[in-house]
Design a binder for this molecule. Structure first.
Ligand code: SAM
Length: 198
C-alpha cells in the first residue's frame, strides 16, 4: 500500500491543502503536525480570520489565501494530500464535480472530505423535504445560521457520480449517523478517503 512518506521538517515536509479552509482551524492543525500546510477559501472574511488564528498560534499567515472559487491556484500534483471539511456539500453539485477534478489535479494521492447524508434532510424545516429521508438533491438553506448557503445531500449513488470523472477511488469510508430519540431527526455525515490511481 502507498503511504505518504514522513519526511520530517524543513523543505522536504509533507505538503497538504486545506480546501475551503474557513477560519483555518484545520490548516493550523496541519501546521501543528509539521505539515507544509496551505489553505484556500473564497471568503475574504474567513481568510482574514484564518490569518489571525495562524498568527495567534505562531504560524506563517501567508499560507492561507483567497481564490476565485473554481480554479485552484497551484500546479499539478503540488500537494501530497488534500483535506476538505464541510465544503463540498455546500456547493451546487455541478460545481462540486468541477472542483473534484481540480482537487484531483493538484493532489498526488489522497483526498479526505466529508458530506452530509441524505437522511439529514429531516433536520431542515423545509416541509416539502421533511419526510423523504432519501432526498439527495440540494436547496438553499433558509435557517438562520447558514441562511442563503447551498446544502447538497449525498447518498452513495451521488458520491459515485461526484467522483466518476476523476482518477479517484474510494479507499475508506464511514457513514456516521445520530438519531435524536425525542425529535426523531437524523443527522449523518459520510467521511471518505479517496486515492488517486494513476
Ligand atoms: C462550513 S465552512 C468550513 C470551513 C472549514 N473547512 C472548517 O472545517 O472549519 C465552509 C467553507 O467553504 C468555503 N467555500 C464556499 N465555496 C467555496 C469554493 N468554491 N471553494 C472553496 N471554498 C469554498 C466557505 O467560504 C466556508 O469558509
Amino acid at each position: 500500500m502507498w503511504r505518504i512518506p514522513y519526511r520530517g521538517g524543513g523543505a522536504d515536509k509533507i505538503r497538504g491543502l486545506d480546501f475551503g479552509c474557513g477560519i483555518g482551524r484545520i490548516t493550523a492543525l496541519m501546521c501543528e503536525f509539521g505539515i507544509d500546510a496551505h489553505g484556500i477559501d473564497i471568503s475574504e472574511n474567513a481568510i482574514s480570520e484564518a490569518k489571525n488564528v495562524l498568527e495567534l498560534a505562531g504560524f506563517n499567515t501567508s499560507i492561507v489565501s483567497i481564490y476565485d472559487g473554481q480554479n485552484i491556484p497551484f500546479n499539478n500534483n503540488f500537494f501530497d494530500f488534500t483535506i476538505s471539511e464541510g465544503v463540498i456539500d455546500s456547493l451546487p453539485f455541478s460545481l462540486a464535480k468541477k472542483l473534484l477534478k481540480e482537487i484531483e489535479r493538484v493532489t498526488k494521492k489522497f483526498f479526505y472530505f466529508s458530506l452530509i447524508s441524505s437522511s439529514s434532510v429531516s433536520l431542515f424545516n423545509s416541509n416539502s423535504y421533511q419526510k423523504d429521508g432519501e432526498f439527495n438533491g440540494e436547496f438553499v438553506v433558509q435557517e438562520k445560521h447558514e441562511f442563503g448557503t447551498i446544502q447538497s445531500f449525498y447518498n452513495m449513488k451521488k458520491i459515485k457520480e461526484l467522483i466518476k470523472e476523476t482518477k479517484f477511488q474510494i479507499v475508506w469510508g464511514e457513514l456516521i449517523e445520530n438519531h435524536d430519540i425525542f425529535t426523531k431527526y437524523s443527522h449523518g455525515r459520510y467521511h471518505l478517503v479517496l486515492e488517486k490511481i494513476t
